[in-house]
Design a protein around this ligand. Structure first.
Ligand code: ZN
Ligand code: ZN
Length: 392
């Protein structure tokens, strides 16, 4: 097979310049107009790719047919930045006050355009179709859902979906391609515990929702520790608690906010059912009422073992020195999960930190920056994997 590693290395100045241009001009979810414009311009230069823009506001899809018919692969790249004030000191730092590409999506767009160029140049050797999906609003705003609602999983329906994230939790040289779940399902909850307000000195005339909330919080701690099988994983985090204003007034209500995370459908159902039961029954044991609202943010990102195996093989072939980790999982979530729900696929993580160069701040931090060599790794891995998957 042609060495897409050397091709991606040759294209590195192109990739890096694009990444730095996106980095200078970060845009929040569904507002990626400038980024979308750059992507559209670059994709339009590739004669094999038909581009449709304005999907879910600022998203784009480029469709490219290979030399022969075959399967359809969807490649997804996210586009949005974060409301973070950059503190990296790099010369290509954000030019927009209070906004920053602090998750690496600038790199993802650059990798996407590089992969599109390399795949376009080699399209005669591909049997099948590639859908390049540039997705707005990954950071909790529902970009994947919006694009799916606008039909990106139809006509043609993808047979395989792939995505990657530059991963500063791990150094350059590490690649995470896990069989099964790699990122967790995520639900956001709000619990309103209502009692009866009254005088702080006369609790017997009131029904105290603060004590009930304390009981609920304590009772919830046993779900993960005592009910989730020890070899599986789950999280219930209460991240906010609000109730009362004065030292001598028992409030009417307490509001709790938090998140529930899981990797498997069984654990997810268990956590949700027990959460509801414990919150309602504990509140009622304290003579209070609990109202629960749960928002399903994202299912787990679950890799198809067959496709993950092909990607691991590709990675090991391209980068003989790399650590290819097949067990890594993280309790963060990703709306790529929605695109992978009905399509077998693989989501991989490409180590991008470099502590020796001081590039090891974590995602979403103002100091976040990655080793740009990871852009070559990401592009070469995706392009080679597509060629492997669309052989014959
Ligand atoms: Zn992020
Ligand atoms: Zn991200």
């Amino acid at each position: 097979m042609i060495s897409f590693l050397s091709q991606a290395s040759d294209l590195f100045p192109y990739t890096r310049d694009l990444r730095r241009d996106f980095h200078r001009h970060p845009e929040l979810g569904f507002q990626e107009h400038r980024s979308g414009g750059v992507i559209s311009k670059e994709l339009s230069k590739l004669e094999g790719i038909k581009v449709q823009s304005g999907i879910a506001e600022t998203g784009l899809v480029g469709v490219m047919d290979g030399g022969k018919p075959g399967k359809t692969i969807l490649l997804r790249f996210d586009m949005d930045a974060l409301p973070v004030t950059e503190n990296t000191g790099v010369e290509y730092a954000s030019e927009k006050e209070g906004l920053m590409h602090a998750c690496g999506h600038d790199g993802h767009m650059a990798i996407g355009l590089t992969a599109a160029r390399l795949l376009n140049d080699s399209r005669q050797d591909l049997c099948g179709t590639i859908k390049f999906v540039f997705q707005p609003a990954e950071e909790g705003l529902g970009g994947a859902k919006a694009m799916i609602e606008e039909g990106i999983l139809r006509d043609p329906v993808p047979d395989i979906s792939l995505a990657m994230h530059l991963w500063n939790e791990k150094p350059l040289g590490w690649i995470g391609i896990t069989d099964g779940p790699i990122m967790s399902a995520s639900e956001a909850f709000k619990v309103k515990i209502t009692g009866k307000g009254g005088h702080g000195g006369k609790p017997h005339e009131a029904v105290d929702p603060i004590v009930a909330a304390a009981g609920v919080i304590n009772a919830l701690q046993s779900v993960v520790s005592r009910e989730v099988p020890p070899l599986d994983s789950g999280v219930i985090t209460i991240s906010s608690i609000h109730g009362g204003e004065a030292h001598n007034v028992i409030p009417e209500e307490v509001i709790l906010l938090g998140t529930i995370r899981s990797f498997t459908e069984g654990t997810r159902t268990l956590l949700l059912e027990r959460f509801q039961e414990i919150v309602e029954k504990t509140a009622s044991a304290y003579l209070c009422r609990a109202e629960i609202t749960i928002e399903h943010i994202s299912p787990a990102v679950v890799n198809d073992p067959g496709i993950a195996g092909i990607l691991r093989e590709t990675a090991a072939g391209l980068f003989p020195e790399a650590v290819v980790d097949e067990r890594y999982r993280t309790m963060v979530s990703e709306d790529m999960a929605l695109m992978m729900q009905d399509t077998p696929g693989c989501y991989c993580l490409v180590g991008s930190a470099n502590p020796k160069k001081g590039l090891d701040a974590k995602h979403h931090q103002p100091e976040f920056n990655f080793d740009e060599e990871a852009l070559i790794w990401g592009s070469a891995l995706l392009v080679s994997a597509v060629h492997k998957l669309l052989q014959n």
